[in-house]
Design a protein around this ligand. Structure first.
Ligand SMILES: Nc1ncnc2c1ncn2[C@@H]1O[C@H](COP(=O)(O)OP(=O)(O)OP(=O)(O)O)[C@@H](O)[C@H]1O
Ligand SMILES: O=c1ccn([C@@H]2O[C@H](COP(=O)(O)O)[C@@H](O)[C@H]2O)c(=O)[nH]1
Length: 315
């Protein structure tokens, strides 16, 4: 009876904590994060149950005390000793299987995961342009003009991360803060989930995804689960020019990363981690490269001309 009670209690706790973990995840709802959470919970089952039942029962009653010879009663037939030792295992296995089925059924009711190969948005309905370039190349400046003239919805990954960082109760706040200060890339699960959520909320059919993907894993995951991008608009700019622009912007921006030390780290991340993303899309002929050195008007004129050529009516 003790083992049964312990087993039931352990399962109730497990199911309660899984449900509460999932409720806590809801603000972001990364479709692939659910599968990770479930599988990690499932992986932890054997050790949790094992510490509770059979071995702890045996420990409570040492072999020396498990004697049938008291009061002159005859010893039980051979084999009955084994039955006493094994029933807790059977109960644990039965409870384990029941709980596993419960979790699997629960999983079926959840939002789809990456096991599904279809992205959330079809490129037939939604046009996504990734906007890349080094820090301070002028991505945001050019996006604002494209929004004005072509009614794109502009989603800046950096802005979404900063908003999540400041959201009261966010479990990612400190992580995002540290990454931004050090010019490091926030784990893709967070950024992809924020972008997917923002795209759903915007309900638009044309998106500029600014400052993303910064790393190959983000690029692959986004195109797999959210939407394949039509092209990458890449703003090419020398480091010295970008540095000057960022230091100037830093005088008023209030951004924690517009300072000499963070800028140096951001440049490094850009070269080592983000340029390979541009190179990847280049091999697929999906990059539209624009010289970001001249004035904003000149950069925009080249942007428009090149996008019109490639996108036609889709612009
Ligand atoms: N073509 C340009 N010539 C001169 N200054 C520019 C040009 N484009 C943008 N700027 C200025 O440079 C700074 C950085 O521009 P912007 O914020 O658009 O860059 P960004 O690539 O979006 O930067 P980040 O990656 O840090 O978000 C801003 O102060 C902006 O006004
Ligand atoms: O996909 C992304 C985009 C951005 N970050 C982090 O945010 C900062 C600032 O980004 P901006 O585009 O300059 O606003 C960037 O340096 C990264 O730390 C990210 O992790 N992932």
């Amino acid at each position: 009876m003790t083992a049964t009670a312990c087993g039931r209690q352990a399962w109730r706790q497990l199911i309660r904590s899984t449900a509460s973990n999932l409720r806590q995840q809801q603000p972001l709802q990364p479709r692939f994060a659910f599968s990770r959470q479930i599988s990690s919970t499932t992986r932890s089952l054997p050790s949790r149950t094992a510490t509770r039942s059979p071995f702890s029962l045996l420990r409570q009653q040492p072999f020396a005390q498990r004697s049938y010879s008291s009061q002159g009663q005859p010893p039980p037939p051979r084999g009955s000793n084994n039955q006493v030792k094994f029933w807790p295992f059977l109960i644990v296995i039965a409870l384990g299987s029941g709980g596993y089925i419960l979790l699997v059924n629960r999983r079926k009711e959840m939002p789809p995961t990456t096991d599904q190969s279809t992205p959330a948005f079809s490129p037939a309905d939604v046009t996504v342009l990734f906007v890349l370039g080094g820090p301070g190349a002028g991505k945001g400046t050019q996006c604002a003009r494209l929004v004005r003239d072509y009614h794109f919805t502009h989603l800046s990954a950096g802005d979404l991360l900063r908003a999540e960082q400041d959201r009261p109760g966010s479990q990612y706040g400190q992580l995002i803060k540290d990454c931004i200060k050090n010019g490091a890339i926030v784990p893709m699960e967070v950024t992809v989930a924020l972008l997917e959520k923002a795209m759903r909320e915007a309900g638009s059919s044309k998106f500029l995804i600014d400052g993303f993907p910064r790393k190959m894993d983000q690029a692959l995951k986004f195109e797999e689960v959210v939407c394949p991008a039509r092209l990458v608009l890449f703003y090419d700019c020398p480091e010295a020019v970008m540095e000057q622009r960022l230091l100037e912007r830093g005088k008023t921006s209030g951004r924690a990363d517009d300072n000499a030390e963070s800028i140096r780290k951001r440049f490094r991340t850009f070269i080592e981690t983000s340029m390979p993303v541009v190179d990847h899309y280049e091999t697929e002929n999906r990059v539209v490269k624009v010289d970001a050195t001249p004035t904003p008007d000149q950069v925009y004129a080249e942007t428009q001309a090149k996008l019109k050529k490639v996108l036609g009516d889709k612009l």
